[in-house]
Design a protein around this ligand. Structure first.
Ligand code: 2BA
Length: 107
């Protein structure tokens, strides 16, 4: 068994949850915060059989879209805060970790 952690943009979270539910995969949705943007994102955890991992990742990937976002990079600010440079970054998509489950119980 594997535990899939998938961090997705909040804008994609409802769609990802719906498709996982519809396909019969269990999922827990956690509110999380990205360390870089310091804005909300969503972390899903889903415990599935090894052979189901590819399907889960495919459903998540198809429903969490990459897009560009302009941020103002405060690390470039001068002493008076006047020079925060606009920076284009890619957001969305999914950051996924798949880990082995040693033991799974419902008590
Ligand atoms: P954040 O840390 O808020 O990062 C949001 C997006 O900002 C990142 O998207 C990336 O495109 C950009 N970014 C991050 N650090 C950057 C930097 N130092 N310079 C320039 N741009 C930077 P993703 O890479 O798709 O990550 C989306 C979210 O997934 C992250 O939100 C974080 O919450 C999580 N994440 C990504 N990699 C992770 C990892 N190795 N471990 C744990 N969480 C991770």
């Amino acid at each position: 068994m594997k535990l899939v952690f998938a961090i997705v943009n909040d804008d994609d979270a409802s769609r990802v949850l719906s498709v996982l539910n519809r396909a019969g995969f269990p999922a827990t949705k956690l509110a999380s915060t990205g360390g870089y943007l310091k804005s909300g994102n969503t972390t899903f955890i889903s415990g599935v059989q090894d052979e189901q991992v590819d399907e889960v990742l495919s459903l998540i990937g198809k429903n969490a879209h990459k897009r560009k976002q302009i941020i103002h990079d405060t690390s470039t600010m001068g002493a008076f805060g006047a020079m925060a440079m606009p920076l284009e970054i890619e957001v969305g998509g999914a950051t996924v970790f798949v880990i082995n489950v040693e033991r799974y119980e419902k008590l």
